[in-house]
Ligand binder design. Structure first.
Ligand code: ZN
Length: 481
């Protein structure tokens, strides 16, 4: 028996910024919305999947166990290695087939001591953390006067030279947004701050954390060096500590800071992607890739980033099996390694599957926390886009709209998307995501089980419908005009 469900479908674009996650680009689209009332036949199989997921704790349980039994999972670390073995066992227990690890190696970087203090005029300790990839301070640390830049753009437009031996302090606040649109602009200082300061002769850099909270936890995250410039150490201060420096600067004070960061680096360490599958019954060679990233930063236990993504996607596949369904296409669940330090798992996946990427029909990663899904985005074009609209219609009653605009499917999907694999993304509410992101506060207690179950329901419906669809998601639209 079919239900008739009246759903409101937002047909065109929201004022769109691409969902921000590690490495994501910002994209502005024209604003245009229209709303149509459409009668939708709800698919009874999808209704059953949604019911199982909504009444279950599939994603929640996987995320709880991963973050509790393993804890932090820095790329290349023993924690990440244990997480791979844990995931192999869990994927087998869930009933996935062809469970395996695809190894690759990553550059070694391990956190050391981290300490910052104001020496003058008001001696006191500050809360700081080294950014991933940062070099160490010289023996005994660095003691120097601060050169203050209210934003990264202020540093970028400063004349060359003139900062000899100084510790550059880059502030600039990140704006909260449901789609994380503030992340890209705020993140420039984290990624490029060290080299921009080194270009002008600085000895070290401290930045205001890239985050939206006011807690005394600094946010870590990967930084990059320009190969042609000296490598100088860089750390992030918690927001209240950055405020503290700014108040002293407002008083017109000359601030002397002492900074000690002792990360270890050099050489290579093992990492890997863990893969499990539900092999397709009719078109096993056609692959739908879903997943999250298994690595996390070392400060927290990586619950929202990205234990939740592993839980949501593996939990959704689990729901299909629990419903006794056998999808037509193969659902491949990938727990990517080493995302945080540069999408290395995503690139390794493409290297290792280059010969077969043409059989990858759709790909998506969950990597934006565990809050509710509010929209579907997809790069699928032409005729096949009707089937993407159908996916959205079938989950519209979960509060999920269609959002026009481009997506690359998530950070670890970027490398395969760049090789022509179509992407879909279930956009999550990330309003509070950057309160916790890359801090010691990214822990399991922050996850809301009801929102998590909504995610799992939406993902289960999406992968089932994508598997059952006869559409060729890879097909490009016929040329118009
Ligand atoms: Zn992530």
């Amino acid at each position: 028996m079919k239900n008739l469900f009246l759903s409101t479908i937002a047909a065109v674009a929201l004022a769109a910024c691409a969902q921000q996650s590690s490495g994501e680009l910002t994209k502005s689209d024209p604003v245009e919305t229209s709303t149509t009332e459409v009668a939708v036949d709800l698919d009874p199989t999808v209704e059953r999947l949604i019911e199982i997921a909504s009444n279950g704790t599939h994603g929640y349980d996987i995320t709880r166990d991963l973050t509790t039994e393993i804890g932090p999972r820095l790329a290349g670390s023993p924690g990440e290695a244990r997480a791979r073995d844990w995931t192999v066992e869990r994927f087998k227990a869930l009933g996935f087939e062809n469970v395996r690890i695809e190894p690759f190696s990553v550059p070694r970087w391990e956190r050391g001591e981290e300490f910052a203090e104001i020496i003058s005029p008001s001696p006191q300790q500050l809360y700081i953390t080294a950014l991933g990839g940062s070099v160490a301070t010289p023996e005994g640390g660095i003691e120097a006067k601060i050169a203050y830049f209210p934003s990264f753009e202020d540093l970028e437009s400063a004349p060359e030279g003139g900062l000899d031996g100084k510790i550059v302090f880059i502030s600039g606040r990140m704006k909260k947004a449901h789609d994380g649109a503030g992340y890209g602009p705020a993140n420039k200082k984290r990624q490029k701050g060290a080299s921009e300061a080194a270009k002008r002769g600085a000895a070290a850099v401290v930045i205001r954390s890239v985050g939206t909270d006011s807690h005394r936890f600094p946010h870590t995250g990967q930084m990059r060096y320009d190969a042609d410039l000296p490598k100088i150490p860089i750390g992030a201060l918690s927001a209240p500590d950055a405020d503290q420096l700014e108040r002293l600067l407002e008083n017109g004070e000359d601030i002397t800071l002492r900074l000690t960061l002792t990360p270890q680096y050099g050489g290579e360490l093992p990492s890997g992607n863990v893969i499990g599958e539900i092999v397709g019954s009719e078109k096993p060679e056609e692959i739908i890739v879903i997943g999250g990233h298994l690595d996390s930063w070392d400060l927290g236990t990586g619950a929202i980033d990205d234990g939740a993504g592993i839980g949501i996607t593996a939990g959704a596949a689990q729901v299909l099996l629990e419903a006794g369904l056998k999808p037509k296409r193969t659902i491949r669940i990938v727990a990517f390694g080493a995302e945080e330090i540069g999408l290395l798992g995503g690139y390794a996946y493409v290297d290792q599957h280059l010969d077969n990427l043409h059989n990858h029909v759709l790909a998506s990663e969950s990597d934006f926390g565990a809050e509710r899904v509010y929209a579907v985005r997809s790069s699928v074009q032409g005729e096949a886009r009707k089937d993407i609209y159908n996916i959205q219609k079938q989950i519209a009653h979960l509060g999920i709209e269609m959002e026009e605009g481009q997506t690359h499917g998530g950070p670890d999907i970027i490398p395969m998307f760049a090789k022509g694999v179509p992407a879909i993304r279930l956009q999550q509410d990330g309003t509070d995501y950057f309160d916790l992101h890359h801090t010691p506060d990214d822990t399991f207690d922050k996850i809301n089980p009801e929102a998590m179950a909504q995610n799992v329901a939406a993902w289960a419906a999406m992968i089932w419908l994508a598997s059952e669809s006869d559409a060729d998601f890879r097909a490009l639209p016929a040329a118009s005009e």
